[in-house]
Design a protein around this ligand. Structure first.
Ligand SMILES: *[C@@H]1O[C@H](CO)[C@@H](O)[C@H](O)[C@H]1NC(C)=O
Ligand SMILES: *[C@@H]1O[C@H](CO)[C@@H](O)[C@H](O)[C@H]1NC(C)=O
Ligand SMILES: *[C@@H]1O[C@H](CO)[C@@H](O)[C@H](O)[C@H]1NC(C)=O
Ligand SMILES: *[C@@H]1O[C@H](CO)[C@@H](O)[C@H](O)[C@H]1NC(C)=O
Ligand SMILES: *[C@@H]1O[C@H](CO)[C@@H](O)[C@H](O)[C@H]1NC(C)=O
Ligand SMILES: *[C@@H]1O[C@H](CO)[C@@H](O)[C@H](O)[C@H]1NC(C)=O
Ligand SMILES: *[C@H]1O[C@@H](CO)[C@H](O)[C@@H](O)[C@@H]1NC(C)=O
Length: 285
């Protein structure tokens, strides 16, 4: 506002025309670029820098990120919320379009990691696991008649003499056949990221707790927008009215900061001239 007043005031000293021109042009610049300002990369306090396709859920800046990529700040940490689980984002690689996550349940119970919710990403979402992804299945509150067609072992720290928790390593997307009558509480699948060397291991010969705690990677793809083009032209990517956008210091563009800038500028100038002319005409009457 101070800048605005200064321009108007100084402009006034030269002539009425100059003053109006300055007021209008300064005003249009100030109002056009607020989305550009709002969408600058941010952090939650700790953790990686958050920018497109992610956006931090706050005060109506949804237009800074893609649908399905909202991040909530919780005690300084970025939390990626799926339908069911809360996953902490440990790092984001914007170039490779991937990010690493760890389940909040696993983080907060380091001595006995026992997730309570499936990770559940939407089928329609643009996220996928990277190779060597495997699931650890947690079968809670089972009796001794439990069986499953993968090697399994007991999670002793989450078991009592009558109610036992069993875990099994299930390769990606394979079906599981387990004795449903033997378990009472629930079944939860937790993703882990194995190395290539570990892909054929079973739960009994793998330090799976270490893998559980050492996060897993998701890739995003098919967003259909080349954010690099926008960024290298000095813009910030976002998502508005169901489509990707490039916010630039001078306003909103469709792909990068130079694509339809000319048209927008001409529009501005013609509007300014029109207003000035009509103002001049009015004051002459
Ligand atoms: C939202 O806006 C309010 C007031 O402008 C501010 O106090 C608050 O910190 C903002 N929230 C976040 C998460 O930035
Ligand atoms: C086992 O883990 C589940 C899920 O996190 C939890 O609800 C339950 O209380 C735990 N049971 C024991 C005996 O620790
Ligand atoms: C699951 O295992 C049980 C016994 O272990 C077997 O009778 C049943 O046919 C299996 N179901 C499938 C779909 O493989
Ligand atoms: C376990 O059973 C399911 C369902 O019958 C089957 O699709 C899967 O291939 C089996 N896996 C193993 C390792 O036997
Ligand atoms: C997790 O997913 C499995 C397989 O889809 C399902 O059987 C189970 O009920 C789910 N667990 C919870 C806690 O929703
Ligand atoms: C894992 O098992 C499959 C099938 O048995 C085999 O083709 C593959 O080479 C094994 N991979 C490793 C890393 O041992
Ligand atoms: C576990 O044991 C079997 C066989 O002994 C019973 O048929 C099941 O009902 C029982 N399951 C539970 C949850 O107690």
């Amino acid at each position: 506002m101070g800048l605005h007043n200064l321009f108007c005031y100084r402009g006034w000293l030269y002539s009425r025309f100059v003053s109006i021109f300055f007021c209008l042009s300064v005003k249009s610049v100030l109002s056009a670029d607020f989305k550009y300002e709002h969408c600058k990369p941010k952090t939650c306090g700790f953790g990686p820098s958050i920018s497109y396709p992610f956006h931090i859920l706050d005060n109506g800046t949804d237009y800074c990120g893609h649908q399905g990529f909202s991040v909530r700040c919780d005690r300084g940490l970025p939390v990626f919320k799926t339908w069911l689980a809360n996953l902490i984002i440990k790092s984001i690689n914007y170039e490779q379009q991937s990010f690493r996550l760890v389940d909040v349940d696993v983080m907060t119970n380091a001595a006995c990691p026992s997730p309570s919710q499936n990770y559940s990403f939407g089928r329609s979402s643009s996220l996928s696991f990277v190779p060597y992804h495997t699931d650890i299945y947690f079968f809670y509150s089972c009796n001794d008649s439990f069986s499953v067609n993968y090697t399994y072992s007991e999670l002793k720290c989450n078991s009592s003499s009558t109610r036992k928790t069993f875990v099994a390593l299930v390769p990606r997307d394979e079906d599981v056949n387990w004795s449903r009558s033997a378990y009472e509480y629930s079944l939860v699948a937790a993703p882990v990221q194995l190395g290539e060397w570990a892909i054929n291991q079973t739960i009994t010969n793998l330090d799976y707790i270490k893998f559980l705690q050492s996060r897993f990677t998701l890739k995003w793809m098919g967003l259909g927008f080349n954010c690099g083009k926008c960024q290298s032209s000095g813009g910030r990517c976002g998502f508005l009215d169901e489509r990707e956008t490039c916010y630039c210091p001078d306003g909103q563009h469709s792909k990068h900061c130079y694509d339809d800038a000319y048209k927008v500028k001409v529009d501005h100038i013609s509007r300014v001239v029109l207003v000035v002319v009509s103002w001049e005409l009015k004051s002459k009457q």
